[in-house]
Design a protein around this ligand. Structure first.
Ligand SMILES: [Ca+2]
Ligand SMILES: [Ca+2]
Ligand SMILES: [Ca+2]
Length: 370
């Protein structure tokens, strides 16, 4: 192929030659018209070359995008190794030997009759109302029947919250389920671990840890109703880390039960606390705890036949009283279960010391009561 440079020289030479011929004036056989035609063709050829060059120039501008990427290494950014869930200790199976099993009232026995007969006392923040508002349609996946509890030597407290049945529309457990702790033994809840949409395997997905920075859960008188108290309830959520974490799942042996594994360090360096359970598909709003400080019985209604029946403003809700761990069940602390009070003496058979950071804590994981 003729290069651009060679083509340019040829055309230039042709132009010069044409000019000489046309300027001789003695070309008897060559008409000036023919010379003019040749000159025009040469100019046309030059224009075409310029057009090609212009086009190639344009392509040259675009070429960088078609060139292969430079071999320069990408700028190296410092890699921050964030601990991931896979780095955290995972729960195993709940201990075979439980510390306690809490038995809640069961609205399911009279659910079809659109009522509960016991276990609901809004004045004491105790609920047994797994019913829709006003229509009183029973919700089995919100009716807690029992809660198994036991600490394990893998560093987790295990809870199994058993419900009366699955959701009547599509199955599964559709509520917000939670375990609430009172670690100051005052009736004031101070730690709430909830799960929404529990999965088949242990996971932190859907699990939220609530704290109460300004300690106003329960208002001025925890557990006792103070309708109109305008507090912030559980106002903070805690980001989990390798020590302080919680997992949830559906009990692999019972599709009607949700399980929690809550790490010892999350509960904190305490070996005494009260715990209770929640099932909620109504307000689902821990910033309004205690719920009976947000709404009184007239507005909230009641599942028990009487003056306040039926359930109205506070609905689709069940909870339990609280059982003690590491202390005697006197029934004297607000919120502590008054039924099933343990009168026997208990002795710890096996202690477990759990170290995290510079802190260590001792938990009785096996006891014998006489
Ligand atoms: Ca209850
Ligand atoms: Ca119940
Ligand atoms: Ca209160």
């Amino acid at each position: 192929m003729v290069s651009q440079k060679q083509l340019r020289i040829l055309i230039g030479f042709f132009l010069a030659f044409s000019f000489i011929l046309s300027s001789c004036g003695n070309s008897a056989d060559t008409t000036s018209e023919a010379n003019l035609q040749e000159t025009l063709q040469a100019i046309y050829a030059m224009d075409t070359l310029q057009a090609i060059e212009a086009q190639q120039t344009g392509q040259a501008v675009q070429q960088p995008t078609e060139e292969p990427p430079t071999a320069e290494p990408p700028t190296e950014e410092p890699i921050v190794q964030e601990p991931t869930q896979s780095d955290f200790p995972m729960p195993g199976e709940p201990p075979e030997e439980l510390d306690r099993t809490l038995e809640d009232s069961v609205a399911g026995y009279t659910g079809e009759d659109k009522k509960a007969t016991q276990g609901d006392n809004i004045l004491n923040n105790l609920y047994e109302r797994p019913f829709t508002s006003r229509e009183m349609i029973y919700q089995p996946d919100l009716d807690i029947t029992t809660v198994d509890f036991g600490p394990s030597d893998d560093g987790f407290y295990y809870f199994t919250v058993r419900l009366y049945g699955m959701n009547t529309e599509g199955g599964g457990l559709k509520g917000l389920y939670g375990i609430e702790f009172d670690r100051t033994l005052t009736g004031r809840g101070d730690l709430l671990v909830t799960v929404l949409d529990p999965q088949k395997e242990w996971t932190m997905d859907g699990v939220t840890i609530y704290l109460d920075d300004n300690r106003d859960v329960g208002g001025l008188k925890p557990i006792e109703a103070e309708a109109g108290f305008n507090g912030s309830g559980y106002d903070t959520t805690l980001e989990m880390d390798a020590d302080k974490n919680a997992y949830a799942r559906i009990d692999p042996k019972d599709g009607n039960a949700v399980q929690f594994a809550i790490s010892f360090p999350l509960v904190g360096g305490v070996d005494q606390f009260l715990w209770g359970a929640w099932a909620d598909n109504g307000w689902m709003d821990p910033t309004r705890f205690d719920y009976n400080d947000s709404m009184g019985p007239t507005e909230a209604g009641s599942p028990i036949l009487g003056k306040y029946y039926p359930v109205k403003g506070l609905y689709n809700l069940d909870n339990t009283c609280r059982l003690p761990f590491g202390l005697e069940q006197t029934g004297l602390v607000a919120g502590m279960c008054k039924i099933g009070v343990q009168k026997e003496e208990c002795k710890c058979l096996q202690w477990y010391t759990f170290n995290f950071g510079s802190t260590s804590m001792k938990v009785c994981i096996r006891k014998k009561c006489s």
